[in-house]
Design a protein around this ligand. Structure first.
Ligand SMILES: Nc1ncnc2c1ncn2[C@@H]1O[C@H](COP(=O)(O)OP(=O)(O)O)[C@@H](O)[C@H]1O
Ligand SMILES: [Mg+2]
Length: 236
């Protein structure tokens, strides 16, 4: 198993944000983590990234516990988070934002240029808008930039926090297509979404978080067809 989360308990102040979360990401896959607002989805990603420490439970990456590693060490292992709300540098250009993604790596300018070309192949709009201020782009374009910046860190496992939030249905479809493309290029993904339909249509496997506990899991197709999911998360 690439990533394995076992009985994870995380406290934020007085709140028990996670009370026993269990989740696995198999090599080669996209895993969707679903749940209502406040269920603990972002907490799960932040704990994997080393930004929060578990009170108990553990996180294993390629069989090794990483829950005591620093955020920087975790990035160096190939785990890269694209945070909720994108967190771009709005006054910097598209190109500068992308280069920030590579800051922890020592890469030759030639290799960097090659990698930028790959990003622009996934997101042609970013290539066209390289010199534009990030803050002047549309929500969907900014989400693409945030994902592109994450890719510049050369992730083996990308943690995506609600990439579809606030985007038009057309843009959601585009982002979901690109997530599939990124996975086929060899990147594993843990995709956090409130948009269960989008997430399950692109993921291989899904987990559901309810008030800090994983309550349901299965192949994405099964979850998409299950009555529980349909009623609770698909609104039908
Ligand atoms: N910085 C914080 N301070 C206090 N409570 C927080 C903070 N971050 C998250 N929480 C609480 O932890 C729980 C889980 O939050 P979160 O992981 O952000 O949920 P989700 O991403 O699923 O919407 C919620 O009850 C939320 O209110
Ligand atoms: Mg969240």
């Amino acid at each position: 198993m690439l990533l394995s989360i076992r009985d994870l308990v995380v406290r934020i102040g007085q709140i028990q944000a996670l009370r026993g979360a269990n989740l696995q990401v198999a090599e080669g896959t996209i895993v969707a983590l679903l749940g209502a607002n406040g269920a603990g989805k972002s907490t799960t990603l932040k704990t994997i990234s080393g930004l929060l420490r578990p009170a108990s439970g553990d996180i294993f990456y390629r069989g090794e516990s990483i829950s005591k590693r620093t955020p920087r060490e975790i990035v160096s292992l190939g785990i890269v988070q694209v945070p909720e709300g994108r967190r771009l540098f709005p006054r910097m250009t598209v190109l500068e934002n992308l280069l920030v993604g590579a800051y922890l790596r020592s890469v030759s300018p030639a290799l960097l240029a090659q990698e930028l070309e790959k990003i622009f192949a996934h997101f042609p709009i970013l290539g066209e808008r390289q010199r534009q201020q990030a803050g002047s782009m549309s929500g969907g374009e900014q989400q693409m930039l945030a994902i592109g910046r994450g890719l510049m860190a050369k992730p083996n496992l990308m943690l995506l926090d609600e990439p579809s939030l606030g985007l038009s249905p057309l843009m959601v479809e585009e982002i979901s297509r690109i997530i599939g493309e990124i996975n086929r290029s060899g990147v594993n993904l843990l995709l956090v979404e409130q948009n269960a339909e989008m997430a399950l249509s692109v993921a291989h496997h899904g987990f559901v978080l309810e008030t800090g506990r994983t309550t349901l899991q299965g192949p994405a197709g099964d979850l998409l067809a299950s009555d529980t999911i349909r009623h609770a998360y698909l609104g039908r």
